[in-house]
Design a protein around this ligand. Structure first.
Ligand code: AMP
Ligand code: MG
Length: 431
């Protein structure tokens, strides 16, 4: 065994003619390593980047006990009385950013606004709507609240010395706010993953070119661009490559020289013009799979190199996606996306899958996982109900555009009747 076909031999234990989706996902995950380079970026550039190290809270948030309500702060021992009404003397006030300044004496309370520092000696706040005020005398029912009510404790949001955000986190809007609340204006993130992609096919025309008979516009490059952009990946568009071995080899080598991952679409099945197979077998370390999946049956996965022979020059992970536009999107989301997230250093989360009732019968053959495109809506009874969006042919991209979810029909599942429960995976944040 030479080193360059190590990959192909490692996956030989599976039947490449009918590889279950879960097995393909597991093999891919086994093969990816996260990028190691780290950079410091200012907070606003950190959105959608992957945190390279835990962020430990340097302070308590909030820094001090403070009031959660507009009302009156007092010592909760005042509630330990047989009287039905508590009566306190209003000694002054504290606003957010303007503390009261001294400890309260017995029988006193302080007018406080939300966020105001709890005056010394106070641990409870009576909301203003539960109290009556008569000059500087405050009265409220003893049973209106419990001692300690309506007080936010120092460190209850984030405790000093504890991890506030974990390594591998893909930073979201709330995280940027959270970091700012800690006084942190710069974070360490992994470098962005670089992905090169191109389309293959003599029939493909790029935007702006005339469409001769038998030709189609290349749409895959644009969905790939958009899906990569959504993941904040540095995407390198290498255009359309003709179905010629020499052109493919040149494109793959240049892609490997310039990116961590190479994605192609088309040419991975066994048609006469499908040179990707033939070429990659000699030039890369690539396994060809027929996934037990619809759409997205043919898929190639492995490594390619920038040098003149396998193992020479820069390596890159390689995904050869099918040509059909819906198959490209489905294989991207099910197989490629988790791999790219792991390579970016992100912690993977299980995709959120919900149950819905099928509004109509769905034909399904057992023995493959299907990802139909559906529109899920809540019916009058509050139940989620899903309907497939028209033709489920893998070339019909409008079935993706019209959908808001995948209807995930499991490997063993057979035909579905109207009213049966099915799994759905919402597109939100995905497509
Ligand atoms: P292939 O796997 O190369 O045989 O392609 C399968 C089908 O997908 C053919 O009908 C192609 O014309 C179509 N196809 C391949 N690549 C693209 C692309 N980049 N954009 C749109 N359709 C494509
Ligand atoms: Mg083709």
């Amino acid at each position: 065994m030479t080193t360059h076909n190590y990959f192909s031999s490692c996956v030989a234990q599976y039947d490449p003619q009918s590889l279950p989706v879960s097995a393909a996902q597991a093999i891919v995950r086994q093969w990816v390593c996260p990028v190691t380079a780290v950079e410091r970026v200012p907070l606003h550039d950190a959105l959608d980047r992957v945190l390279a190290a835990d962020v430990v809270s340097p302070i308590n948030v909030p820094a001090h006990d403070n009031s959660a309500m507009d009302g009156y702060a007092f010592n909760g021992t005042a509630l330990d009385t047989q009287q039905t009404t508590v009566e306190l003397h209003i000694a002054g006030k504290a606003l957010a950013g303007h503390p009261f300044g001294r400890a309260i004496a017995a029988g006193e309370c302080v007018r406080v606004m939300t966020g105001a520092l709890m005056p010394e000696g106070c641990d409870t706040v009576v909301p203003q709507e539960l109290a009556t005020r008569d000059g500087d005398i405050l009265r409220f029912a003893t049973d209106a609240l419990k001692s300690g009510a309506n007080r936010r404790l120092a460190g209850e949001d984030l405790a000093q010395g504890r991890p506030a955000l974990r390594e591998g986190r893909v930073l979201r809007a709330s995280d940027l706010g959270l970091l700012a609340s800690l006084g942190i204006g710069e974070v360490s993130v992994r470098r962005r993953l670089r992905v090169a992609f191109f389309s293959t096919g003599d029939e493909l025309r790029s935007l702006g070119e005339p469409l001769e008979p038998g030709c189609v516009y290349d749409s895959n490059r644009h969905t790939l661009f958009a899906m990569l952009r959504r993941m904040n990946i540095d995407a390198l568009d290498l255009g359309v490559v003709r179905d010629q071995p020499a052109a493919l080899e040149a494109a793959l080598r240049s892609a490997a020289a310039n990116a961590d991952v190479v994605l192609t679409s088309g040419g991975v099945s066994v048609g006469e013009a499908d040179f990707t197979q033939q070429m990659l077998r000699t030039f890369g370390d690539v396994a060809f799979w027929s996934l037990a999946m619809r759409p997205g049956r043919p898929l190639a996965f492995g490594r390619v190199w920038s040098g003149e022979r396998p193992g020479a020059g820069q390596p890159a992970l390689f995904f050869g996606l099918p040509g059909n536009p819906v198959a490209v999107m489905v294989t991207f989301y099910q197989i490629v996306r988790p791999a790219l997230l792991l390579m970016s250093g992100a912690t993977l989360h299980e995709p959120a899958v919900f149950s819905a009732t099928s509004a109509q019968p769905i034909r399904k053959r057992a023995g493959r996982t299907e990802f139909q495109r559906g529109m899920a809506v809540r019916n009058a009874g509050g139940q989620w109900q899903v309907t497939p969006t028209g033709s489920q042919s893998s070339g019909v991209l409008s079935s993706m555009s019209d959908a808001n979810c995948f209807i995930v029909l499991a490997h063993e599942q057979a035909d579905i009747d109207a009213g049966d429960t099915v799994d759905i995976m919402l597109f939100d944040g995905l497509v």
